[in-house]
Design a protein around this ligand. Structure first.
Ligand code: ADE
Ligand code: ZN
Length: 330
């Protein structure tokens, strides 16, 4: 099966996390920033665990200093996604890294990102939407500033609000004010949970924040009553198997719980998270899942349909993308 030809929908992608190391190295050189320490000798990103990953991720972001940098980044990322067969993508955008949560600056960064998205749609046939994301270990006060940026720019492009970062720091309810404000502004909600925290962390995100999607959520598998509840309530999991394996959460794809989750009726979707950090692409995720679970085109078609149904964009866009999923690709 030629996985890159299957049309794909990706719901969980961090824009900065999708920056190839060569791209960040190029920006660092242009700006005379010394960040060689974040790269291995072979040019790949250097980290050994999640917490080190977060540190070098933030170091890489120091090279992204202007709206123009984000224009170039968005174009590069969408070209790569389209080459993997992605036709619709939702990306996490952090005002923390786009002008330090200042609303005026955020508007300029967002404008550049949207311009690139419009160009990429014409050139590569891929549609992008944005989910404004606060960062858990930056704390609730910065999240309030972040949701302010989100609420002021909600629309056709900015469609959701989420939280990423270190799940071991604080609790979902610390961010209740921000999630309530986002909901009131008309944003759809998702939260990273059940990656470094266990089932109780997933429960807290669902119950305390009222999210309709969970980023990762895989550790819900440690409590089958919770898995049943997720399936019953049709909460969608944005699962990133390659990310989980690369960060050591599961030793191999075969031991990753996505297979059992799918089997138990959970609405699972497949994404890359931060593809160059984890040496992956959407095509590779599909290849690895095909090998690990013998999933065929039928399963991947089901997953793509689940994904577009769970997308945060407007109904016209969903209908248009859903039609493209039905087209046979040779
Ligand atoms: N930010 C970027 N990637 C992340 C991940 N996998 N978990 C939490 N925060 C992130
Ligand atoms: Zn993520």
């Amino acid at each position: 099966m030629t996985m890159n030809l299957l049309p794909k929908v990706e719901l969980h992608l961090h824009l900065e996390g999708a920056a190839p190391p060569s791209f960040i190295k190029g920006l660092a050189k242009e700006k005379n920033i010394d960040i060689n320490r974040i790269f291995n000798d072979d040019g790949s990103y250097r980290f050994t665990d999640f917490w080190e990953f977060l540190k070098i991720y933030e170091a890489a972001c120091t090279t992204l200093q202007k709206p123009e940098d984000f224009y170039r980044l968005t174009m590069a990322v969408l070209e790569e996604s389209a080459a993997s067969g992605v036709i619709y993508s939702e990306t996490f955008l952090s005002p923390d890294f786009c002008g330090g949560r200042d609303l005026g600056a955020w508007r300029e960064y967002l404008h550049a990102i949207q311009e690139a998205a419009a160009q990429a749609e014409k050139s590569f046939g891929i549609t992008l939407r944005g989910i404004v994301t606060c960062i858990r270990h930056f704390g609730p006060e910065k999240a309030r500033q972040t949701v302010h940026c989100a609420a002021e720019t909600v629309g056709n492009f900015i469609v959701g609000f989420g939280i990423a970062g270190d799940e071991k720091v604080g609790a979902p309810k610390d961010f209740l004010w921000s999630f309530d404000a986002a909901r009131e502004a008309g944003l759809r909600l998702t939260a990273h949970a059940g990656e470094w925290g266990g089932p109780e962390s997933v429960r807290a995100a669902i119950q305390d924040l009222g999210v309709e999607r969970i980023g990762h959520g895989v550790r819900a598998i440690e409590d089958l009553a919770l898995v049943d509840e997720i399936a019953e309530r049709e909460i969608v999991l944005e699962i990133c198997p390659g990310s989980n394996v690369a960060l050591g959460l599961y030793p191999t794809f075969r031991e990753h719980p996505i297979g059992e989750m799918f089997h138990r009726g959970v609405k699972v979707t497949v994404s890359t998270d931060d593809p160059p950090f984890f040496h992956t692409t959407m095509k590779r995720e599909y290849d690895m899942l095909n090998q690990a679970f013998d999933w065929d085109e039928g399963v991947f078609h089901t997953i793509a349909k689940t994904s577009i149904n769970a997308a945060f964009c407007d109904q016209d866009t969903k209908t248009r993308i859903a039609k493209r999923l039905e087209q046979v690709h040779e």
